[in-house]
Design a protein around this ligand. Structure first.
Ligand code: ADP
Ligand code: MG
Length: 235
């Protein structure tokens, strides 16, 4: 389990995350919901070590991550998919997977890694020799997810994977994320502005507003909660 307690993240005078606590459990999708600037990316970056925590604690399977640099957190089983679909755009689908595989510790063969990606998303197999920049936004997101899963992470942080995608594509990608959590026992932390879609795949969720915790609950509780409160989280 990943446990965040009383986390604070600051950029100079800006307090981006204020006293946030949450738990992310294996086999479950946990959503962090909030508007632009709510502090979602800062929260995920503090967990993976890309920004320092000003105070509070982050524990993975009971181990305090405070002194571990990002690459050690990755080696311990944490993967972070950053906002904005970062790929090697001139490289082909297969070459992007190859780079991810090279850095993955090679826990499985490259052929097995390709098979896993192409079974999950057949369109990636059809486009395996196309440069990543020529893929649609949805296909790029599928490729990034495939790259991030090669190592077989136990904890997967996904920062707004729906950004700029059509709802039907988002549903397909969220369906895949839900299946990864259930079938592989991965603990997924999903940050999203699209609350209604995220709550369809999430088991549990937390609402953030301007860096602060507003409310938490099961996806059913949050989806059924007062609409004004959900929308208030998006101001
Ligand atoms: N590198 C940075 N330097 C200064 N302020 C930042 C930086 N990154 C984010 N912020 C500020 O922190 C707050 C939270 O941002 P962010 O974590 O990106 O929120 P979200 O991902 O929910 O949009 C915002 O006010 C944003 O302007
Ligand atoms: Mg963000």
């Amino acid at each position: 389990m990943l446990e965040v307690r009383n986390l604070v993240v600051r950029y100079g005078a800006i307090e981006a995350v204020r006293d946030v606590s949450l738990s992310v459990r294996p086999g479950m999708v946990t959503a962090v919901l909030g508007a632009n600037s709510a502090g979602k990316s800062s929260l995920l970056k503090a967990i993976s070590g890309l920004v320092p925590a000003a105070s509070g604690s982050i524990r993975m399977d009971g181990e305090d991550l405070a002194t571990l640099p990002p690459h050690r957190r990755a080696r311990a089983g944490l993967a972070h998919v950053l906002e904005g679909r970062r790929l090697f755009h001139p490289l082909s689908v297969e070459e992007n997977l190859r780079v991810a595989w090279d850095f993955s510790g090679k826990v499985r063969s490259f052929v097995a890694a390709l098979t896993m990606a192409f079974d999950a998303f057949p369109v990636l197999g059809e486009r395996r020799h196309s440069p990543a920049r020529t893929l649609s936004g949805g296909q790029q997101q599928m490729l990034i997810l495939s790259c991030s899963l090669i190592r077989g992470p136990r904890y997967l942080l996904l920062d707004e994977p729906s950004l700029g995608l059509a709802p039907i594509v988002v549903q397909q990608i969220f369906g895949f994320i839900g299946a990864v959590a259930r079938e592989q026992g991965t603990a997924v932390l999903l940050s999203e502005q699209m609350a209604s879609l995220a709550l369809k795949v999430a088991d549990y969720g937390y609402l953030l507003r301007r860096g602060q915790w507003v409310r938490e609950g099961t996806a059913a509780e949050l989806a059924g909660s007062d609409a004004s409160e959900l929308s208030a989280a998006y101001l």
